[in-house]
Design a protein around this ligand. Structure first.
Ligand SMILES: Cc1cc2nc3c(=O)[nH]c(=O)nc-3n(C[C@H](O)[C@H](O)[C@H](O)COP(=O)(O)OP(=O)(O)OC[C@H]3O[C@@H](n4cnc5c(N)ncnc54)[C@H](O)[C@@H]3O)c2cc1C
Length: 380
């Protein structure tokens, strides 16, 4: 498909490398998934190992941390490519920012293993009282007791719990200050006897989420991630980074859905001519292509600003919103062009339809980005 964005040669080479890995390791997994096989996170390991071997590990992390030390620009280009498979290629070595500045013990036990890919974690922020406004709705507390911390409360809709070795839990440590210096992040081992996993929540996108309870859950003093009281700030920083990734992934999926839509429109004959000759279909295709181009420009612009050391909280919100909303629209059109074949579970479109519906909720729902971040920036 014609790409109106001229990416630099070096970025194209990295994208090409990612595509080779996706074709070799992820597309066969996609095929197995389309045949009805339930894949686990362990199925991703060969592709991740090959990515590591090829120098694509911890994409933007510095070399001393074992990372590839790539620019954010190259990172989003690779992530866009990696998501063209229903089973995206994973690059590992990404860590929650606060862990980078932990104590030596914390680094040995958590940071280095996460960087090396031998330990995994889940991030537990959302609570039953609402996740869109965590600064106001978090009820989980942590209080000091005999030189340790005691966490009490519950979390819900947390992903990656099955494969996690530990959790990063967001808790209120000063109820008066809350998001302004009263929220702290804690490391809680999954084996901690004060942590009880509750419901397993199946979702339309196939992702398994968990509910969990902290019942007088004791952790050592150095379980604090980053600085006490700065947890809300650290979590928002981590989410800004993640939002760029969600935007890139959504646009990778959108690109493939558009290509599938074009192929189908060319092949299918109806009422005496190919579907591609009908103006309604041409409208679906051209609208999707133009909107994809616009959203990709926003993505690459945001990444470029990261590389210039600029604050991209606003741009990350824009990219996340544009990418996930666009993927929803384009998948809907692609399904329509495919007819019933588009909702059959042997077609990636049907799976993405559910997965991308969820992407408009996590890493901040659309409305939070639009009204709490973008409108505030323009109108406050
Ligand atoms: C697949 C998936 C994975 C997830 N993984 C994790 C995880 O790993 N860790 C974690 O902590 N959480 C996770 N979540 C939870 C996610 O972060 C929350 O679902 C999200 O923050 C929204 O919170 P909520 O579901 O409680 O909805 P609520 O907070 O109840 O919000 C409901 C709706 O209100 C609307 N809304 C919000 N603000 C406004 C506004 N200003 N104006 C108008 N409407 C508004 C939005 O449409 C929003 O969807 C995950 C969710 C999903 C679906």
């Amino acid at each position: 498909m014609y790409d109106p964005i001229d990416l630099p040669e070096e970025t194209l080479a990295l994208k090409g490398l990612a595509r080779q890995l996706v074709t070799r390791f992820q597309m066969p997994l996609e095929e197995r998934m389309l045949q009805g096989e339930t894949l686990t996170w362990e199925h991703d390991l060969p592709g991740t190992a090959a990515a590591k071997e090829a120098g694509l590990w911890g994409l933007t992390l510095p070399e001393e941390w074992g990372g590839a030390n790539l620019s954010a620009f190259d990172r989003v280009a690779i992530e866009e490519e990696a998501s063209r498979s229903l089973v995206p290629l994973k690059f590992g070595g990404t860590v929650f920012g606060g862990l980078l500045h932990g104590s030596d013990t914390q680094k040995e036990e958590y940071l280095y293993p996460v960087l090396a890919g031998t330990k995994r974690y889940a991030f537990a922020q959302t609570e039953p009282g609402g996740g869109a406004d965590p600064g106001r709705t978090i009820r989980t507390t942590a209080r000091r007791k005999d030189g340790r911390w005691v966490i009490t409360g519950s979390k819900v809709f947390v992903s990656n719990v099955t494969q996690a070795d530990f959790l990063i839990v967001v808790a209120v440590t000063d109820a008066k200050r809350r998001q302004r210096g009263g929220i702290t992040n804690f490391i809680v081992d999954k084996s901690n006897p004060g942590l009880h996993l509750g419901r397993e929540i199946q979702t339309i996108g196939g992702m398994l989420l968990h509910e969990m309870f902290f019942d007088e859950c004791e952790v050592p003093a150095d379980a604090v991630v980053g600085t006490e009281g700065q947890g809300f700030h650290d979590a928002q920083f981590a989410l800004t980074n993640a939002r760029l990734g969600v935007g890139a992934a959504s646009l990778g999926i959108t690109g493939r859905a558009l290509e599938m839509m074009i192929d189908q429109a060319r092949q299918r004959e109806l009422f005496g001519s190919p579907l591609s000759s009908k103006q309604a279909t041409q409208g679906y295709v051209t609208d999707s292509w133009m909107e994809l181009h616009q959203a990709r420009l926003a993505l690459y612009n945001a990444a470029h600003r990261v590389d210039q050391g600029k604050d991209i909280r606003v741009e990350a919100s824009m990219v996340k919103l544009l990418g996930t909303e666009l993927a929803g629209r384009v998948l809907d059109r692609a399904v329509q062009v495919h007819g019933a074949a588009g909702v059959a579970l042997d077609n990636p479109l049907a799976h993405w339809y559910g997965m991308q519906r969820m992407a408009r909720l996590y890493e901040g729902p659309t409305e939070v980005h639009k009204y709490q971040v973008l409108a505030r920036k323009l109108l406050a």
